[in-house]
Design a protein around this ligand. Structure first.
Ligand SMILES: NC(=O)c1ccc[n+]([C@@H]2O[C@H](COP(=O)([O-])OP(=O)(O)OC[C@H]3O[C@@H](n4cnc5c(N)ncnc54)[C@H](O)[C@@H]3O)[C@@H](O)[C@H]2O)c1
Length: 444
């Protein structure tokens, strides 16, 4: 956008890798952008004091993992706030970018004051981030909205200036801009709210998206019981503009480093504030149930699981990312291993990270390709919605499998196509199909 950026992390290995040209995570556009701006507009350091002194705004983007009772663990935010406080000598805007519960802004301010920083020397602003992993760069540069929670006009102005290249549309007129949905004529809106509202906007947004996923998952279970087709139901629902088609894809439930912990943190905030928000517990309950239901589906297709050879496509928590944090896919692999299955798993980007939590052994092999994962398997499971899985050569896949059974936890294929290609195909919320040649079975 044109700003000078210093990225600080206390993980020396990460910083050294970034300085050396590594991007560390699999994320579209990130390698090109870092290549273009490294050491020109962006640099990496472990020296927080120096970065604080030289910056007008300091974005806090440290992790806020789930604590033992579901509440957000804010110890990283507190630690970094103390460190920033010790280095402040002139006015700074401290921007809370991590996803945090309501009242965190006030705690950061209090921490600054406790560390002897005079209130005239800082403002704390909440600027929640809505990007999705896999499309992080374009989501950030083409946001649906930018939310700035500020209780001071001076601080709000600094944030408005930072985002002006986007909100004025000027960024989108540049030759080197990253493409996306915003444009010169349709720039993103920036709304200024109170700090508390901004904090709640982030948690409420993620909880609402998780709700949509759990809702369609519950509907998909109902469709299975009634022999209906959830894809048709979702189409019919999503065309209603008040509902919208997105986040109405049933599957094995949401995962990743955000939705599970954010829904839990929001539930915990509600509890602490004495608000009865049972709906949030139901969202979580349906989500976890969905994984167990999928395991049952695998069992229903294979009769028994002990010593079955299972091919697995996908380990990341969703497609186009290498993130396996709280991934339903790795969770299911663990459940299948516990049932005595032997697994050959393939993921286009996440195998290295998956191997850190699930090391290869006699029962778990990381495959070289999707076809290699399918080799001699009693069934192939699709657990992550990588786009590239939808263009697999189905006849080749069929030949690789010992039994042509696919159990698709992400509804990536058209059942009719799978039937014509000779598969027994089980998916979520849609009737199971059997190979075309097996006429008795198709009429079941
Ligand atoms: N990942 C996403 O898609 C996403 C989207 C929106 C919001 N968020 C929020 O952003 C925050 C960060 O998420 P993430 O996925 O990037 O987490 P992460 O754990 O991958 O990264 C956090 C980084 O902070 C560093 N760190 C911790 N304490 C530090 C300190 N005292 N000084 C310097 N560096 C320190 C860690 O070393 C780590 O590199 C979370 O609150 C998350 O909820 C994430």
């Amino acid at each position: 956008m044109g700003h000078d950026v210093v990225c600080v992390d206390n993980d020396e290995l990460k910083v050294a890798a970034l300085q050396g040209g590594d991007t560390l995570i699999f994320e579209n556009y990130l390698p090109e952008l870092l290549e273009r701006y490294r050491n020109i507009k962006i640099r990496f350091t472990t020296d927080l004091a120096e970065a604080t002194r030289n910056s007008e705004a300091i974005f806090i983007a440290v992790g806020t993992p789930q604590g033992e009772t579901g509440d957000a663990d804010l110890s990283y935010v507190e630690a970094v706030a103390c460190e920033i406080a010790r280095s402040i000598t002139s006015y700074k805007v401290v921007v809370e970018k991590s996803t945090v519960p309501v009242y965190t802004n006030e705690w950061i301010s209090r921490t600054f004051e406790r560390n002897g920083v005079s209130p005239e020397l800082f403002d704390v602003v909440s600027n929640p981030e809505f990007l999705r992993e896999g499309t992080a760069v374009s989501d950030f540069l083409h946001p649906d909205r930018i939310v700035v929670g500020a209780n001071s006009e001076r601080a709000a102005k600094v944030l408005q200036t930072i985002y002006r290249p986007l909100t004025s549309g000027e960024y989108y007129s540049r030759a080197a801009s990253i493409p996306g949905s915003c444009s010169m004529s349709e720039p993103p809106p920036l709304i200024v709210t109170s700090t508390k509202s901004a904090e709640i906007i982030k948690h409420a947004s993620n909880a609402f998206l998780a709700l949509k996923i759990s809702f369609i998952n519950a509907v998909s279970n109902l469709c299975e019981a009634a022999d209906a087709n959830v894809q048709q139901v979702a189409l019919g629902m999503g065309l209603d503009r008040r509902i919208g088609p997105r986040f109405l894809s049933p599957g094995i439930g949401y995962g990743g480093s955000c939705f599970p912990k954010d829904v839990a943190a929001f539930r915990s905030v509600a509890e602490q504030l004495g608000i009865d928000f049972q709906l949030l517990s139901e969202i979580e309950k349906i989500n976890l149930h969905q994984r167990k239901r999928f395991l049952k589906k695998v069992r229903s297709a294979l009769w028994t699981l002990r010593e079955k050879r299972i091919g697995v496509l996908g380990l990341a928590f969703k497609g186009e990312t290498d993130d396996v944090r709280d991934s339903p896919a790795t969770d299911l692999v663990q459940m299948l291993l516990a049932e005595g299955c032997t697994i050959a798993a393939f993921d286009p980007a996440a195998m290295k990270r998956a191997a850190d939590i699930l090391p290869a052994d006699a029962n778990l092999r990381y495959a070289d390709s999707a076809y290699d994962a399918a080799r001699d398997a009693d069934a192939l499971l699709i657990l992550t919605d990588w786009k590239e899985f939808s263009s697999l050569d189905l006849s080749k896949l069929n030949k690789m499998l010992r039994y042509p059974i696919i159990i698709d936890g992400r509804n990536m294929f058209d059942p009719q196509v799978m039937m014509k290609n000779g598969f027994t195909y089980l998916s979520i919320g849609r009737p199971t199909v059997y190979p075309l040649r097996d006429l008795d079975a198709t009429s079941k």
